[in-house]
Design a protein around this ligand. Structure first.
Ligand code: BG6
Length: 481
């Protein structure tokens, strides 16, 4: 339940995240009648803007996507107002406080949520100002933050130290939008609600696991941001590591935030830091036909950039369940397709020898996060025939058949509005995931090491040697025998 008298303040309300994701997602909740009547949204940004200008920022992307819902859009706009923080500092925070007080006139309680859709450079000062001037004296206050949570273990802890005096852990929501994706969420029921999978979810039966987040687009217009970040910080330390944690954690006592986050943190603690020798680092060049630009052609990307726009890395989790099996983790921009997928490769059948006509394929479970969400399990079957006993691998197919799948930001905003932290990243999980990636990141960043990423063409499937690299970690047993 969303508490009565809740106000959501979006800081950075004129920015990309707010325009493209937050307002459309909030409107999605409106359209599904999930917002209480007295729920209000206040936009806050440095720009001088009239109320109408602000509403047109909200309306335009929504109108494009959902032109059928004009009436609900008007109702949604009535919840929204804008406060300009152009003066900066205390004055702006006081203006925001006045608006919040105005909206709370005559009410006993007021719950305030602050969504920090802001660049990291101003984050620390803003959260302090909010705590000092806008914290709710009569009701709950929560702060919602997005990555980057620092750029390595130490800076992430520093950020946490800046938050500590101002916000309790239960008041902090760390958003990883991959946790709002349906199929990522579904890992919980797939694993813990199905005995047939639960029983084989371990190194005895699984040979290796691949998790990939590939994107066909390049850095396109975000060159300067991406050059300072790279694929590892952009999606692997957070989105991909969260998927890995849900896929490998032990069964939590319950699906409460406390139990879930504890199990995720625990399994990440068992993971060894990724070593450079177990990686392939790449950066994209122009496409084969020369039409698509190289990463270095992006504005504000220097010619000698060593930024990794691609990374394939092999990790190990040294606990009883997973010891010995490789986790093949891959992410990159400007590749041949946009696909987020988990592939669980099971060990070959021990009975394979009785099938004399064909070599048997190993079973693979493919969990496709996007696009076309679904779960597929390849199993060996006889090809129907009167004369032969050929086998072939066919897919058991669990797709969503046109069901409407909620947007990740709708899921996570609703959680934050309700105060449910089960899909928020806890401080200890964050720490554990930085421990996995920080040594590699420091090695790559080190000026003296001069590690150069391997080149790959825009639109290809990655740097040369990738296929052999991945194959060298797969089906080790069957190759040996
Ligand atoms: C963001 C990254 O966190 O995730 C982007 O900063 C990336 O670079 C995006 O493109 C991918 O998200 P999605 O939901 O489009 O898969």
């Amino acid at each position: 339940e969303i508490q009565e008298n809740t106000i959501l303040v979006i800081l950075g309300a004129s920015g990309d995240l707010a325009k493209k994701k937050l307002f459309p997602a909030l409107f999605g909740l409106e359209r599904r009648c999930l917002l209480p009547t007295d729920f209000k949204i206040v936009g806050f940004a440095p720009d001088e803007m009239t109320h109408d200008n602000f509403l047109s920022i909200i309306r335009s992307p929504i109108n494009l996507e959902s032109p059928r819902f004009a009436e609900q859009l008007e109702q949604f706009c009535q919840r929204c107002s804008y406060v300009s923080g152009h003066e900066g500092g205390e004055k702006s925070f006081r203006a925001l406080r006045r608006r919040l007080e105005q909206l709370g006139t005559g009410k006993k309680e007021q719950n305030r949520l602050f969504y920090m859709a802001l660049p990291p450079s101003i984050f620390t000062g803003m959260q302090e100002g909010l705590r000092k001037h806008c914290y709710s004296e009569r009701g709950a206050s929560r702060i919602i933050i997005e990555k980057p949570f620092g750029h390595d273990l130490e800076s992430s802890r520093e950020l946490q130290r800046a938050l500590d005096p101002n916000w309790r852990e239960d008041e902090i929501f760390r958003v990883d939008h991959y946790l709002g994706k349906e199929v990522v969420n579904n890992l919980l029921v797939l694993r813990f609600g199905n005995e047939i999978f639960g029983a084989i979810w371990n190194a005895r039966h699984i040979d290796n696991i691949e998790i990939s987040i590939t994107e066909s687009g390049g850095a396109e217009g975000r060159g300067s941001y991406f050059n300072g970040v790279g694929a590892i910080r952009d999606v692997m330390q957070n989105h991909l590591t969260q998927i890995l944690a849900l896929l490998t954690m032990e069964r939590p006592r319950s699906f409460s935030a406390e139990d879930l986050c504890a199990e995720k943190a625990r399994v990440l603690d068992w993971m060894l830091p990724i070593e450079y020798v177990n990686t392939i680092i790449g950066q994209y060049e122009k496409s084969e036909d020369g039409e698509k630009p190289a990463f270095k052609d992006e504005e504000d990307v220097p010619n000698d950039s060593r930024c990794a726009t691609f990374c394939a890395a092999v990790g190990h989790i040294e606990n009883e369940r997973w010891a010995g099996i490789p986790f093949l983790l891959k992410a990159g921009k400007a590749l041949n397709e946009s696909l987020t997928e988990i592939k669980i490769h099971f060990k070959p059948s021990t009975n394979a020898a009785i099938f004399t006509t064909d070599p048997l394929a190993s079973n693979t479970m493919t969990i496709r996060v996007q696009p076309s969400e679904g779960v597929f399990l390849s199993i060996n079957t006889f090809v129907p025939s009167l004369t032969t006993q050929k086998t072939s691998a066919m897919d058991l197919d669990l797709t969503y058949h046109g069901r409407e799948i909620p947007e990740a930001y709708e899921v996570l905003l609703l959680d934050a509005l309700k105060g449910d932290k089960a899909r928020s990243v806890r401080g200890d999980e964050l720490d554990a995931s930085w421990k996995i990636w920080t040594p590699l990141l420091h090695f790559l960043d080190d000026e003296n090491a001069e590690v150069r990423p391997r080149e790959y063409a825009y639109g290809s499937n990655g740097p040369e040697g990738l296929g052999e690299f991945i194959a060298s970690y797969q089906n080790r047993k069957s190759k040996a025998s």
